[in-house]
Write a protein that binds this ligand. Structure first.
Ligand code: PEP
Length: 255
C-alpha cells in the first residue's frame, strides 16, 4: 500500500501570528478527528517552522519547508540549510517548485544538489515537476517531465528513493483555477511511475507516492484522487483556508 499524502504549501503567505493560528486550529481539528490513512503535512514559511513545530501537538500533522539551500553551511547570507530545517522538527522539504524554477532560475542540477543535501539531513523530499502551458499544447509535456525527473532525481541511488515523493504540478494549473482533468493527472502519474519503474524497479515504483498539485480544491479533489496513480495532493491556495484544507484531506481519506 502506498502512502497517501495531502500537503499544504503556504508559499509566502501568513504572517507569524496568522501562521501559528492556522497551525493550531488544524492541529486541534486533527486531534479530534485523526486522519486514518493519510499523512497530512503543512509547509509554512521558514520563520514559522520552529514555532509551528511546537504548536503541532497531536502528532497527526507533519511539518515541511518550502525550499532549502544548495549548500550545507557557511557564508551564504540569507540562506536556510536543510539541516537547520531538520533541527526545527520538520520532516519534509519541497524542492523544485515551479515558482523556484521560474523566479529563482533553479535548474535541474541545482535541484539535484538540494535534494541530496536534504536527504543527507534526514528530510524527505517532495520533488516537484511539471510542464508549462506551451509544452502541454505542443505535446512535449511527457518529455519535459521525464527530463526534470531524470536530471533532478535519477542521479540518486535506489535507497534514496524511499524518501522521495514526487509532485506533478502542471505549471498552467498552479494558482490559475485551471485544473488538470483527472485523466490528464492519471496519465502523467502513470508515466512518472513508469519512468521510476524502468530506473529503479517495480518495488520502488509501486511504493512511490505521487501527488497532484494545481488548483486542487474541495470540489475537484475527490475526482482527482479517485485515479489509481494519484496518491494525494500538494495544495497551494486552498491550504490557507482551514475548512478547504480539511475538506481536501477528507476527500483523500474517503477515496
Ligand atoms: C502549489 O503551488 O504547489 C499549488 C498547487 O498551488 P495552487 O493549489 O494554489 O494551484
Amino acid at each position: 500500500m502506498r502512502k497517501k499524502i495531502v500537503a499544504g504549501n503556504w508559499k509566502m503567505n501568513m504572517n507569524y501570528e496568522e501562521g501559528i493560528e492556522l497551525a493550531v486550529s488544524l492541529d486541534k481539528y486533527f486531534t479530534d478527528k485523526a486522519p486514518s490513512g493519510t499523512e497530512v503535512i503543512i509547509c509554512p514559511p521558514f520563520i514559522h517552522l520552529a514555532a509551528v513545530s511546537q504548536a503541532l501537538k497531536s502528532g497527526n500533522i507533519a511539518l515541511g519547508a518550502q525550499n532549502c539551500a544548495s549548500e550545507a553551511s557557511g557564508a551564504f547570507t540569507g540562506e536556510v540549510s536543510a539541516s537547520m530545517i531538520s533541527s526545527t522538527g520538520a520532516e519534509y522539504v519541497i524542492i523544485g517548485h515551479s515558482e523556484r524554477r521560474t523566479f529563482y532560475n533553479e535548474d535541474d542540477s541545482l535541484l539535484n544538489k538540494k535534494t541530496i543535501l536534504a536527504l543527507e539531513s534526514g528530510l524527505k523530499v517532495i520533488f516537484c515537476c511539471g510542464e508549462i502551458k506551451e509544452q502541454r499544447e505542443n505535446g512535449s509535456h511527457f518529455e519535459v517531465v521525464k527530463r526534470q525527473i531524470e536530471k533532478g532525481l535519477f542521479p540518486l541511488g535506489k535507497e534514496a528513493m524511499e524518501n522521495i515523493i514526487i509532485a506533478y504540478e502542471p505549471v498552467w494549473a498552479i494558482g490559475t483555477g485551471l485544473t488538470a482533468t483527472p485523466d490528464q493527472a492519471q496519465e502523467m502519474h502513470l508515466h512518472i511511475r513508469g519512468l521510476v519503474r524502468e530506473k529503479y524497479g517495480t518495488e520502488i515504483a509501486d511504493k512511490l507516492t505521487i501527488l497532484y498539485g494545481g488548483s486542487c480544491n474541495p470540489s475537484n479533489a475527490a475526482d482527482i484522487f479517485s485515479r489509481p496513480d494519484v496518491d494525494g495532493g500538494l495544495i497551494g491556495g486552498a491550504s490557507l483556508r482551514k475548512d478547504d484544507f480539511v475538506a481536501i484531506v477528507e476527500a483523500r481519506e474517503q477515496t
